[in-house]
Design a protein around this ligand. Structure first.
Ligand code: COA
Length: 282
């Protein structure tokens, strides 16, 4: 018999708060007094949170946001950098590995849809989380910045690579080299968030997007994400071959047999138009 994976009750709910409402897992980075900077405690707790939510059936979409007036001020300069640099190299190595594990390795290929809800300050390492989420909504007054240049480091972790993938060369280098801050509206203009809205509409807008995602076939949603990330790095020929195989695999493993249902409802029953909405999933 397979062992039951740890559930929500196993989470400390200290540095990261998790609640699930109507299929949406609201994950709140919870160090508001330090602007939700990523210290070792948050890093290790987030690894746990993402692990638990992956298997938690009531969580169909994950939203990541911050407590107080910050999304996150990025890596913790004291606890993540200074103290780790001065400590045992293996502890530093382990922390960096855990940080990559949740911030992008796990997030980028997370089997459920993810949304970053940027409610305030978003600096440095927080870009890694923002850009690893599938979608993002920001308070139009939120402040974003690649501040690393201002204190003598490069945007490391995987920030420079994420920014290079998401922005044009002109925009990426401008913000990396100047460290200039920009607001949520600009974040929408340059394409690192989907929507910038007034603060009082942030939760409603995020909820509306999450609900759209939750209505979709989760098996196919997962395959769409995987296919997107892998094909970006492939040659055209390899991508065509991969997508053909992935498409067959997705149909084969789909427990609700969505492709058959959709085909039947469109071609035989003539009861719906795939261009205009989802097939009946019952
Ligand atoms: N690492 C460690 N501590 C941080 C932090 C970070 N990245 N960001 C904020 N804090 C701490 C401050 O040291 C302060 O701690 P204290 O109360 O013990 O003095 C507390 O959080 C509040 O910060 P403060 O600067 O007073 O808040 P603010 O609202 O005036 O400004 C920011 C918010 C985000 C603009 C500012 O804190 C800042 O520039 N942070 C650094 C951002 C950064 O460069 N991140 C990149 C890291 S890779």
């Amino acid at each position: 018999m397979t062992q039951k994976p740890p559930g929500l009750e196993s989470l400390p709910q200290e540095n990261v708060l998790v609640k699930i409402e109507e299929g949406i897992a609201w994950v709140t980075l919870n160090r508001p007094s330090k602007r939700n900077a990523f210290n070792p405690a948050i890093v290790y707790e987030m690894v746990q949170v993402m692990d638990v939510l992956e298997m938690e059936e009531s969580a169909r979409c994950v939203v990541i946001t911050g407590a107080g007036d910050a999304f996150s001020a990025g890596q913790d300069l004291k606890e993540y950098f200074r103290e780790m640099d001065a400590g045992h190299p293996m502890l530093r190595e382990r922390l960096y590995r855990a940080n990559s594990a949740w911030q992008w390795r796990r997030m980028m290929h997370y089997p459920k849809p993810t949304i970053a809800m940027v409610n305030g300050w978003c600096f440095g390492g927080a870009f890694q989380v923002l850009l690893a989420c599938d979608l993002a909504v920001a308070d139009e007054e939120a402040t974003f910045g690649l501040s690393e240049i201002n204190w003598g480091i490069i945007p490391a972790g995987i920030v420079t690579k994420s920014v290079a993938m998401a922005l044009s060369q002109r925009k990426a280098l401008y913000y990396i080299l100047t460290g200039e801050t920009f607001d949520g509206r600009t974040a929408e203009d340059i394409g690192i968030v989907n929507f910038a809205v007034p603060k009082d509409q942030l939760v409603a807008k995020t909820t509306a997007i999450a609900k759209k995602l939750i209505e979709k076939n989760p098996n196919v949603l997962r395959a769409c994400k995987t296919a997107y990330h892998y094909t970006r790095e492939m040659s055209w020929d390899a991508a065509a071959e991969y997508l053909a195989a992935k498409s067959d695999q997705t149909k084969f493993w789909d427990p609700e047999k969505g492709a058959d249902k959709g085909m039947k409802q469109f071609l035989d029953e003539k009861s719906y138009r795939p261009g205009l909405g989802a097939y009946r999933r019952d």
